[in-house]
Design a protein around this ligand. Structure first.
Ligand code: DGL
Length: 263
């Protein structure tokens, strides 16, 4: 039993899509969310820089006493999780594009993956694709500009509809029946995606599986909390307006984020 918090970080507000599932599954856990919105997006940055930013995020969460850290960012997982695991003595849970369930579920033999440049360039994506999607036609698409739309709270805008259609229509045309959201910002687009994508195509968000993974690790290590008080904290290295409005939208309550600097 351990009442210390779970830390969750992302390059910005995208990791809230993971936070939501973790909180739903593990309501007794204290959660500390850190949005590194000042340095967002990570997806176009070199790996070395993402590693440095991920170290700073980890140090911040460790100083808050976190018992486990969720790297709720596919891009940071791709570039930094090996380094974080070797440098910090704490369990980390990272994101992985859900290529495996997509490859298992496809009946057309064609799947689409939407993610950042950094994620596609990482070892994890290549290895996962080779391991689980051999023989499956995998169409990859960098979602340039999508993260910024979420950071600006414009994920339901006409502009978002236009950009998503531009990225997704070729996948639909090619006959994919699974579309993997390989960036934690993208589930915010699910309502719009449902307007663009026919019902026969499944949209896969790996976040629920990540929450289950966190639960299993806590149980294995005896780190679960049985605390009855809900304790949720939010921090941002950038402007807190958007994170505040998204948290209110997700939880129905107000948990104003604190603006901080990581180093
Ligand atoms: N949420 C991050 C991810 O999952 C976005 C990366 C970025 O900041 O470009 O990849």
């Amino acid at each position: 039993m351990n009442k210390n918090p779970i830390g969750i970080f992302d390059s910005g507000v995208g990791g809230l899509t993971v936070w939501k599932h973790v909180h739903q599954l593990l309501p007794n856990e204290k959660l500390i969310y850190l949005a590194d919105s000042m340095h967002c997006p990570y997806g176009t940055k070199p790996a070395e820089e993402i590693i440095e930013l991920s170290r700073a995020n980890t140090r911040f969460l460790l100083n808050k006493g976190c018992k486990l850290i969720i790297v709720a960012c596919n891009t940071a997982t791709a570039s930094a999780i090996d380094t974080l695991r070797s440098e910090f003595n704490i369990p980390f849970v990272g994101m992985e594009p859900a290529v495996k369930p997509a490859a298992v579920n496809t009946t057309t033999g064609k799947i689409g993956v939407l993610a950042t440049k950094g994620t596609f360039e990482g070892r994890l994506f290549k290895e996962t694709s080779q391991k689980y999607a051999k023989g499956v036609d995998t169409l990859i698409q960098v979602g340039e500009g999508l993260v910024e739309l979420v950071e600006n709270n414009e994920f339901e805008s006409e502009k978002a509809h236009h950009l998503l259609s531009h990225y997704i229509n070729p996948m639909i045309g090619a006959g994919v029946d699974q579309i993997v959201l390989g960036c934690t910002h993208y589930p915010f687009f699910i309502p719009l995606l449902k307007q663009i994508v026919p019902d026969s195509i499944q949209i896969i968000d790996p976040a629920p599986a990540i929450a289950v993974r966190v639960e299993n690790i806590l149980m294995e290590l005896g780190l679960q909390s049985n605390s009855a008080e809900v304790n949720l904290e939010f921090y941002s290295t950038g402007d807190t307006k958007v994170i505040d409005s998204l948290v209110t939208k997700i939880t129905g309550q107000s948990y104003p984020a604190k603006n901080i600097e990581t180093s």
